[in-house]
Design a protein around this ligand. Sequence first.
Ligand code: GLY
Length: 424
Amino acid sequence: MKVLVVGGGAREHALCWKLRQSPLLRDLYCAPGNPGIEALATRVPLAVEEVQRLADFAEEMKIDLTVVGPELPLSLGLADALAARGLPVFGPSRRAAEIEGSKVFAKQFMERHGIPTAPFALVHDAAEAAAVRGRFGWPVVIKADGLAAGKGVLIVNSEAEYDTAVHEMLEERRFGTAGDRLVVEAFLEGEEVSLMALCDGERVLPLATAKDYKRIGDGDTGPNTGGMGSHSPAGVLSAETAAHLFDDVLHRAVAGLAAEERRFVGVLYAGLILSPDGPRVLEFNARFGDPEAQVLLLRLEDDLLPVLAAGAAGRFDVRRLAFRKEAAACIVLASPGYPGKPVQGERIAGLDRASAVPGVEIFHAGTDRAAGDLVSAGGRVLSVCALDTDLVGALRRAYTAVAEVEWPTKVYRHDIGRRVIDQG
Ligand code: GLY
């Protein structure tokens, strides 16, 4: 088969790594890819938002399956453009991807379908914002409706912070049109867990549980990022609870989307919080999590390619996916300045030694080449991942590899998995 992967981060590197292992794969392309992906796939110099040109490429090259990594091309209608040309794609249509693309739609959808979520109010203007100020206590969460490159969710602690945030979003248009409407929602305490499933429009194949760490600093401090580390299993919920949640949340969501003529083909991701009142959905995403995909794909035993191809054709032909019993962990190495303005162009070496640590795989994200050197070229730069018999071992291996990466200013968390292990 000829396969095109769309995206250029560590998630897409992990997808290429996994797809490359399939005996069914003939040619693998990745648009735009990154230097780490070069050994696995032919890079295509198209950006993820060039939807029509990506569809032209897939048509010209007679691509048998396109797998879409990030949310932006999905909400710009890449899956629709491919489907209109009769080309198979594993990724949801623009209408189905609204579950991620519009926080307002997602909250109302959850309410309609009885999916447990935090209490909320919708806000369109300053008067509505004033009317719900304080309704959910403090802190409170304010979310921009649209996609805002992972930055559109703010946690505010007081009336003054609330007024400033609302003013910046609604009046100063901090997130552009993404902030035209806001969701104001109760802040919930508890452990977070990421549940994902492959969906064929009707059926759902649960992936193993995973947990990611969104804050930049140790001890969950500092601003939110795209994710600074992950592990699988999540270690914070029993297999029984996970099975219930797959039914109550992911099955229900896929059925609800189908009933609303938004058939969902692709990866549906529920970000949950295990609050004292029970599990609640914080958000849905219409794609693999990053860095959760890296650890899930390390643990996946099945050949991914025929499963995705069957899903794209609208009918899975397996009933469940098999995962290794071992645990997987991922430590993200980021540039100084991230998640604000990352310093770029710093030389990185030592990846051969780091990759030689048993069980370790390194996936590239924001890297580039300059004068024969590998250099940093983004916020999140490398995902250093490892597999071992348990979480303690996987983390030990991953951190051993991190120490081999020669990049003096690298920023990373030193406590990925620590609380889960301590709570044992
Ligand atoms: N790691 C969170 C996300 O992919 O949205």
